[in-house]
Design a protein around this ligand. Sequence first.
Ligand code: B12
Length: 321
Amino acid sequence: MDDAKLNEIVESVVRQLIAAGAVSGLQSPQTKAQPVQPVAAPVLIPQPAIASTGKSNSYANLNIDLPDPTTVDLRYKARVRNTRDPSALTELIGSTSARIGVGRAGPRYNTASLLLFQGDHAVTQDALYRDIDQNLLNEFGLFTVQTNITGGKEQFLLRPDLGRQLSEEAKRTIAEKCIQNPNVQVVIGDGLSAAAIEANLRQMFPVIKQGVQAAGLTFGTPFHIKYCRVGVMNDIGTAIKPDVIILLIGERPGLGRAESMSAYMGYKPKTGDSDADRDVVCNIFENGGTNPLEAGAFVVQIAQKMRQHQASGVKLKLATA
Ligand code: B12
């Protein structure tokens, strides 16, 4: 599409917005329009493209004020038109976190639902692509090693197999810094959500450490693994030879919920172990999930049980059945 055609469309949309009173801070484009930079997406907010080229036109002050769609009031607002029983609908919406009562515009989502969906999706993307805050890792004195991922988060998502292997450098660093054969080894992995670690580590880590020490067990040198998958527990087991590994890792985020963490655990993990040899305490988060303080105490109990029965996963289930 050429610039002139694009400009025509922008003008027509802006004229409609002005007529509907939907925008403010905008001069009406009565005179011949300035050329607009071609952009791929619908041109409702052309300001950044214009600013970056130093050009100006009548839309430079375009300001479409929309309320934050993620507030509780708007998130759970009934949007079905002409509802026969509005209070029943409100009650129904309040009874579930599923997206119901959102209404529609013809066969499509209405704008409010779409914006909320996009906002929630952005939370998920952020959690997946971001690294854990370095300040948090520093707070707990955690050094960082990497798995065999060398191509960033993109490769991490495409190659789970590489996220299950410690790199050679990681093995050297661990050999240098970690005590060998501890009773309990805690490891922190980004997994699929940095936000999950940031939301829960401050509460859960001290409980585990104190719990392990109070039980008279040795607490291994904790560290952080970047680009971490659950299966990396096998390589850690081979490198450190702990009795029990507790891997705190970010779970795959749901739409708009990224703070859920898991503790995957195994007794003497080694090459070839599978998820059948592991246990997991999942959905660790405040307000609705397993509270991180309680989860901390719980995983210490499981670690003790694993040591007592010298087993984890299905074998532990059978031993305690
Ligand atoms: C993705 C997923 C799966 C995928 C894993 C595929 C993959 N390669 O990623 C599939 C569909 C195969 C799966 C299967 C099962 N899962 Co599942 N799974 C999840 C989910 C949605 C996300 C996990 C995650 O983010 N992990 C973190 C990332 C970083 O790990 P990863 O290295 O990429 O992937 C590993 C883990 O996901 C692990 N894993 C996945 N599920 C389970 C379950 C158990 C008991 C263990 C030990 C490991 C494990 O397997 C992957 C390969 O090692 C969680 C929900 C949640 N809230 O956590 C449920 C969840 C962990 N799964 C659960 C269950 C019960 C199972 C099954 C036992 C179901 C069944 N009856 O068959 C099987 C067992 C799988 C096994 N590997 O032995 C439960 C665990 C509950 C509990 N505390 O015991 C959860 C919490 C869902 C739930 N709320 O019920 N799962």
